[in-house]
Design a protein around this ligand. Structure first.
Ligand code: UFG
Length: 314
């Protein structure tokens, strides 16, 4: 199994869980945002770029399936530098698909995003919802989903795109906690837990059309997310392309996440009401009935566990 992006937060969690259940893993990562020290000694590690086809070909040696996590994933950065997102995410995945075809690797699970839907017309969001991304990041994920669908039709690829909602939490393994180590950190839960009186967490918008005025998101624990990947890759047989939403099916407002963090830490979280962040939709909640039915997947961790595990991982 090739795990691209296996040195990153979500990818390294996949590596750890799959390695410990007997999968033979190769990790491919350029370490631009991932960390080489997240890759365990027992796996083959090719440090390389999706923009270098020779390095991809090397990584694909003796591989029968690919979990493709690698990519740029910050909405704000994608607005400032759309060309970077086009190059790494879209052109990089084009190279990966070409090299997979050359190496006759026919199974792919891709990390897509709820950002492909944009501003949803209906909540909860089904996979059949209209896809109108509101930022370049979401547009690149959508372009890749479409590229994979074509590849499945034309070249007998067997593929699944998993559209993540908000991934949180951490895995505790023998090597310790595999934490979210982003710099800068933009995600809500780590920012809330690191909040201090000198540097209070900003609440981006308190005038949204939601019960408490703050944005609502669907948080899914990274361990549940990887369980869905394993079920997805094991389900691949005949050629085709399917899309599944991965969330918990439940929404939590920014203030509810802060309340959960106050419970976990036992102290008040300093906050500061701030203007809305560009590109944020008010509410994103997944309809996960397709993943439940087809992949037989059930998320098991609630928001309390996601907050507690993130706290423990610091
Ligand atoms: N938020 C704050 N303060 C912060 C950070 C975030 O108020 O310091 C708010 C955001 O405005 C948003 C919510 O908390 O309403 C969650 O924000 P995150 O940055 O944690 O996550 P996003 O919902 O923006 O984005 C996540 C992934 C994206 C993916 C998207 C799809 O990080 O890659 O979910 O739903 F595209």
């Amino acid at each position: 199994m090739l795990i691209t992006g296996g040195a990153g937060y979500i990818g390294s969690t996949a590596v750890e869980i799959m390695r410990s259940t007997g999968y033979e893993i190769t990790v491919f990562d350029d370490c631009s945002t991932g960390h080489a020290d997240s890759v365990p000694a027992q796996v083959r590690f090719v440090q390389g770029s999706l923009l270098n086809v020779a390095e991809i070909a090397d990584a694909l040696i003796d591989v029968d399936a690919v979990l493709h996590f690698a990519g740029k994933s910050l909405v704000g950065e994608s607005v400032e530098n759309p060309a970077l997102y086009q190059r790494v995410n879209v052109d990089g995945t084009r190279n990966l698909l070409d090299e997979m075809h050359r190496a006759n690797v026919k199974k792919l699970v891709f990390s897509s995003s709820a950002a492909t839907y944009g501003q949803p017309q209906e909540i909860p969001i089904k996979e059949s919802a209209e896809t109108v991304p509101t930022n370049p990041y979401g547009a690149t994920k959508l372009a890749i989903d479409q590229m994979i669908a074509t590849e499945a039709k034309m070249l007998n690829l067997s593929a699944i795109s998993l559209r993540y909602f908000n991934v949180a939490g951490a895995l505790n393994c023998q090597r310790g906690w595999l934490a979210e180590r982003h710099n800068p950190e933009t995600h809500l839960i780590p920012n809330v837990l690191r909040s201090s009186t000198d540097n209070p967490v900003r609440i981006f918008g308190t005038d949204w059309q939601t019960p408490d005025g703050t944005c609502i998101r669907d948080y899914v624990h990274v361990v549940d997310l990887i369980d869905a990947h394993i079920k997805a890759v094991e389900s691949l047989s005949s050629s085709g392309h399917e899309i599944f939403n991965l969330g918990s099916g439940d929404g939590f407002s920014v203030r509810e996440v802060i309340a959960a963090a106050e419970k976990a830490t036992g102290h008040k979280i300093p906050t500061i009401d701030s203007p809305r962040r560009a590109g944020d939709p008010a509410v994103l909640i997944a309809d996960i009935s397709k993943a439940r039915q087809v992949l037989k997947w059930t998320p098991t961790f609630g928001i309390e566990a996601m907050v507690a595990d993130t706290l423990a991982s610091f």
